[in-house]
Design a protein around this ligand. Structure first.
Ligand code: CU
Length: 277
């Protein structure tokens, strides 16, 4: 009797787990050009893995039912296994997982390995415990010189901008990210202290910022709005407070914003953060 009950419990648990995927908890809608390709890949993976999961659990329940203790004192049979079966399911599993990886690699590589299209707007992202700094090059589209020895948080020079460099005059460093709608944008990701991680879930994008590395990533956001930007790497005691926002704003609004010098840039950013909810 207990054998049958256990089999039923296994099957019910399987149905419950599968049902969870149909109960409406899903990702927030994607807001980037590459988002649908990511979601497609995720869906294929979840379907393939879901089918394997259901088959394995149904099979497990069947075995528990079929070979339960019937109380008739039957002796258990010992099996040495089957090399052919072992080979078969190992090869099938390998083929499925390698195919999924190759499929997924295509989308991933287009974002991480291929350079951004020429003329892509640049923003430098410098993460530190426990805040985000976004460095914009200003109207000249060229970043002023930065030097780690010039970093001085007390003077709000979080990225070590060299004020004596003429290119730095129109640069702005602010705590929120604004990107133009439907235009490619390239971020250069850096970390000052420990590893942090840039994560905007609707962007379908997560990338570590690693001390000592300049990691370039590019994407095109295609839905205006205000999106939460979180640090997705446990980076210390106040990791939970390391949050900011990413604004996706129309191109003309973006052009006006990035042409502003530091103080006005910051004020305008504050207005935009209120405007987009
Ligand atoms: Cu962090």
């Amino acid at each position: 009797m207990t054998g049958r009950a256990l089999a039923v419990v296994i099957w019910l648990l399987t149905i419950f787990c599968v049902a969870l995927f149909f109960m409406g908890w899903w990702f927030p809608p994607s807001i980037s050009e590459h988002g649908p390709a990511y979601d497609q890949q995720f869906l294929i993976t979840i379907i393939v893995v879901g089918i394997s999961f259901v088959l394995a659990q149904v099979g497990l329940g069947y075995m528990v039912w079929r070979y339960r203790d019937t109380g008739r004192g039957e002796r258990a049979l010992y099996s040495h296994g089957s090399n052919r079966l072992e080979m078969t399911w190992t090869v099938i599993t390998a083929v499925i997982f390698i195919s999924l990886a190759v499929l997924g690699q295509r989308v991933w590589a287009s974002l991480h390995f291929q350079p951004a299209p020429p003329g892509t707007a640049q923003i430098e992202v410098v993460a530190q415990q426990f805040q985000w700094n976004f460095h914009y090059p200003g109207a000249d589209k060229q970043f002023g010189r930065t030097d780690p020895t010039l970093v001085k948080d007390a003077d709000l020079n979080f990225v070590g901008l060299d004020a004596s460099d003429p290119l730095a005059k129109d640069d702005a460093v602010v705590a929120s990210l604004a990107v133009p709608l439907n235009r490619p944008i390239e971020l250069t990701l850096r970390a000052k202290d420990v590893t942090h991680s840039f994560w905007v879930p609707p962007l379908r994008f997560k990338q570590d910022l690693v001390p000592g590395m300049n990691i370039k990533v590019h994407f095109t956001a295609n839905k205006p709005g205000k999106y939460e930007l979180a640090c997705a790497e446990l980076c210390g005691q106040f990791h939970f407070k390391m949050k900011s926002y990413m604004l996706v704003i129309p191109g003309n609004e973006y052009d006006e914003l990035v042409a502003l010098p530091q103080a006005q840039f910051q004020a305008r950013m504050g207005e935009l953060l209120k405007k987009y909810q």
